[in-house]
Ligand binder design. Structure first.
Ligand SMILES: Nc1nc2c(c(=O)[nH]1)N=C([C@H](O)[C@H](O)COP(=O)(O)OP(=O)(O)OP(=O)(O)O)CN2
Length: 198
């Protein structure tokens, strides 16, 4: 079974080298919608694939990092990058260009890492990230599957190559979140005391 949780953020970028001139030569923004799709073959004690509420912790924080921020490719013009960092407190440096396609891969990498490092405590089964869909506009979206993340022809995305500005990190519920994620630390979900015993 699949479940889906929707997140939103407003982000600014330039996507270099694309055919659309407005996209590649001018800073512009989008109201992104992100669909996180999880799968499992069985339910937890609450008869859910994974409680939607549990996605509103570290996963929400990481996706919200992109909100009211400027995202740039770390290969972009050095002067442009310096201006982004000087005039926007919230910026994210990316190892790939901020196209909808790459956003879907980046968010897949981030959410997948959190889930893999989460100790689930409510009898969850084989919960796994199935896909990430990033809607850049009302008419265009990109959808990433696991095979796309592992595809070197689409570029390598490593956690250590995604850099969040200090302002973004300070706004997380735990400013050390990304260090913990990169270090492989475990995130422990709350224990649930069942009200109905079978
Ligand atoms: N495959 C992709 N194509 C384009 C991307 C992208 O990320 N992946 N991005 C852009 C631009 O960011 C652009 O702003 C969005 O393009 P477009 O859909 O053409 O935007 P419109 O607002 O003109 O959309 P309409 O709904 O058609 O008015 C370009 N291409």
């Amino acid at each position: 079974m699949l479940i889906r949780k929707l997140f939103r953020f407003e982000n600014a970028h330039i996507v270099r080298n694309c055919t659309s001139q407005r996209c590649s030569r001018s800073i512009h923004g989008h109201s992104y919608q992100v669909e996180i799709i999880l799968e499992a073959q069985a339910f937890d004690q609450g008869q859910m694939v994974y409680d939607f509420g549990l996605l509103k912790g570290h996963i929400k924080d990481l996706i919200d990092s992109f909100d009211h921020a400027i995202a740039f490719w770390d290969k972009d013009n050095a002067e442009y990058i310096a201006y982004c960092q000087q005039f926007s407190a919230r910026w994210i440096s990316l190892p790939v260009s901020p196209s909808a396609e790459q956003f879907s891969r980046l968010i897949f990498v981030l959410v997948d890492a959190v889930l893999k490092q989460t100790v689930m405590q409510n009898g969850e089964a084989d919960v796994a990230l199935y896909s990430v869909i990033v809607h850049e506009t009302q008419t265009g979206y990109a959808q990433c599957f696991r095979a796309d993340v592992d595809n070197p022809r689409m570029g390598l995305i490593r956690l250590q190559d995604i850099i969040f500005s200090s302002q973004i990190q300070q706004e997380w519920s735990d400013p050390t979140l990304y260090e913990q994620l990169k270090n492989g630390q475990l995130f422990i979900n709350p224990v649930v005391e069942p009200q109905v015993r079978l």
